[in-house]
Design a protein around this ligand. Structure first.
Ligand code: PLP
Length: 493
């Protein structure tokens, strides 16, 4: 028995205090209580202890008083399918008992094979370039990799100017600040997106105005925009969600008619195209993120692009403390430090050298998913308009509960038991605490997509056999509704 395992086993005669100390030491959220013959009699989790203390338990009480005797256990051999099937988000530590009921081993969810939703692939020249930064002392935001990364990005996207920044969130803030968006202005934002476009609008002292999304693209519905325009509206942020472009022609037409700026948030859509044009090049500014779960990564990082020399000038000035380029420590405006480091740019350059490989392999992964899930009742595949090149940031689909009675969260639970990591789609912005206005009827599509949608593993290096495993679990769960159940017992804290 290894040391961690030994801290999980306590004698039934211990006190609450001893259980708390053991929980603290083992960090597993659970202890097993055994009698003198090592026979398992019950278990206690962090939550059991919290509840007991709240109800007035004393730390000197016998722990047995609060012990959960109705526990779930497995039998040898440890990793047999019956044991694995017992593990889920609630039962994440399974005691393995021998025929006499003695604890002989432990099976944990974290010991099993796991397939992450997204992990970076850093197998190109990343190490070589980063070592070059370290060996030459160019580790801050000056250095050749910043320039090379920006130039390679500029030419990959086909835009006039590309400026690297610290992340995709400040990219949005920089874009709005450079356009002069400020107090009292309004910015139109899709209701279904990551929070950054809305929170950065608030940072500008402007007001985010949410517009519902289109069910067939999951992005801003152009037909609803005009009803939300007021004399204070300054800009539209078009978010190319989950890698699928927005329908940009009507958005640009509305913006032109009303004199509004368009910022394209391409954090999730590097390489995606709208009618043959790369996203980010259609509006006034395009913003990108290189967080570790994005198509290419710099750890944290981002980019702003534009074809306008004036906007580029403003963004560069604001990114670097508003400092004059020809007079050090002379600040023309009050700006920010939103620069990317040479170290991060070195990683970015190596990643960008691989982008075609990443995107073309991603195409194979997408085909593999779509072919196997296409005919599954109740599964709606990700959007794919005829005018769009979707890069499927995360292969995301919908579980239509109305027609199947099957719940998205339960499907996620089943995938988790098989070691498959998933993510729910974003929560609509109007529901989130900083923005909730209490009227939940105005955004039916965002509400619906958010409750039905989940993202599947889509790493740049995911094996096709693993895609097959994910599809097999989904097919079997959707076919066999009787195995569907909500998890209601707990062996985790
Ligand atoms: C649509 C969207 N915009 C902005 C961001 C913010 O990017 P970052 O995490 O690099 O700040 C994200 C991050 O996932 C995003 O999904």
């Amino acid at each position: 028995m290894n040391e961690i395992f030994s801290t999980l086993l306590l004698n039934t005669n211990v006190t609450v205090e001893e259980v708390l100390a053991a929980l603290d030491r083992n960090g597993k959220g659970v202890v097993f209580l055994v009698d003198h013959d090592q026979i398992m009699r019950g278990l206690l989790t962090d939550s059991d202890m919290r509840r007991a203390l709240l109800k007035g338990a004393s730390i000197s009480d016998p722990a047995e008083l609060y012990m959960n005797r109705d526990f779930v256990s497995g039998t040898l051999p440890k990793e047999k399918p019956e044991n694995i099937a017992l593990l889920n988000e609630k039962i994440c530590s399974l005691p393995i008992l021998n025929p006499s009921g003695r604890v002989v081993d432990l099976l944990r969810l974290t010991d099993l094979w796991r397939l992450p939703v997204m992990e970076p692939v850093l197998k190109g020249r990343e190490v070589e370039y980063v070592l070059d930064c370290l060996n030459t002392n160019w580790i801050s935001s000056q250095g050749k990799y910043v320039e090379q990364f920006e130039e390679k990005f500029r030419s990959y996207i086909s835009t006039d100017y590309a400026l690297s920044v610290s992340n995709g969130t400040v990219a949005l803030h920089l874009a709005m600040a450079a356009l002069g968006i400020g107090r009292g202005d309004e910015v139109i934002i899709p209701d279904l997106t990551f929070i950054a476009p809305a929170s950065m609008t608030v940072l500008c002292a402007a007001k985010p105005v949410f517009v519902d999304v289109d069910r067939s693209t999951w992005t801003l519905d152009p037909s609803l925009i005009e009803a939300h325009i007021t004399p204070r509206t300054k800009a539209i942020i078009a978010v190319h969600l989950y890698g699928h472009p927005c329908d940009m022609d009507p958005i640009m037409e509305i913006a032109k008619r009303h004199g509004l700026y368009v910022i394209e948030d391409c954090a999730e859509a590097l390489g995606a195209e709208y009618k043959g044009r790369k996203v980010g090049t259609i509006g006034d500014i395009g913003t990108f993120s290189f967080f570790a779960n994005k198509v290419i990564t710099t750890g944290e990082g981002g980019m702003v692009i534009t074809n306008s020399p004036e906007i580029h000038h403003n963004m560069r000035l604001l990114r670097d403390h508003g400092m004059a380029r020809d007079k050090r420590y002379w600040h023309l405006v009050a700006g920010f430090n939103y620069r990317l480091t040479n170290l991060q740019a070195a990683i970015g350059l190596a990643q960008l050298e691989k982008i075609d490989v990443f995107l073309s392999y991603r195409g194979e992964v997408v085909n593999r998913y779509s072919t196997q899930l296409n005919d599954v009742d109740g599964i709606v595949l990700p959007p794919q308009k005829e005018w769009a090149k979707n890069i499927y940031w995360l292969y995301s689909l919908l579980v239509d509960k109305e027609t199947t009675g099957i719940d998205r969260d339960s499907l996620m639970g089943h995938l988790a038991v098989h070691g498959i990591d998933t993510r729910p789609l974003f929560y609509p912005l109007h529901q989130q605490p900083p923005f909730s206005d209490g009227d939940w009827k105005k955004y039916p599509n965002a509400d619906w997509l958010s409750t039905c949608g989940l993202s599947l593993p889509t790493s740049n290096n995911i094996k096709l056999e693993d895609v097959d495993k994910v599809c097999a679990v989904i097919r079997s769960v959707m076919k066999n509704k009787s195995i569907f159940r909500k998890y209601d017992t707990g062996q985790c804290s």
